[in-house]
Design a protein around this ligand. Structure first.
Ligand SMILES: [Zn+2]
Length: 109
């Protein structure tokens, strides 16, 4: 079944993602409101810039499409590798499939 919340093309996704990315506060209190990286619905997660790593190493789940992701940080500050890991839900749309490493935390039933 197609989820109506999921945009069909990369172009539609990108426009929706940009439109749904919001900022609040300012200076060190600046907060980023990030849309879902899978379906671009708003308010997937929000964090202050300095808290991003701490917040994103734990999985967050999208209320709209039921997928979840977290970030993995490897290396050191001068050579940082950040990996996007999908931990739950339906596979991403084809045009996003190369973006995510699949690492399911669900127990197989
Ligand atoms: Zn979503």
């Amino acid at each position: 079944m197609d989820n109506p919340a999921v945009p069909l093309t990369h172009d539609v996704f990108t426009k929706k993602y940009e439109k749904n990315t919001r900022y609040s506060g300012q200076g060190l209190e600046l907060k980023i409101h990030m849309p879902c990286p899978f379906c671009a619905e708003p308010d997937f997660v929000n964090f202050k810039l300095l808290e991003m790593r701490e917040k994103m190493i734990r999985p967050h789940e999208c209320q709209a499409c039921g997928r979840a992701m977290k970030l993995r940080y490897e290396g050191n500050p001068s050579q940082l590798l950040i990996t996007m890991i999908q931990t739950k839900g339906a596979p991403p749309p084809d045009f996003l499939s190369h973006t995510f490493v699949q690492e399911r935390e669900e127990k197989p039933s």
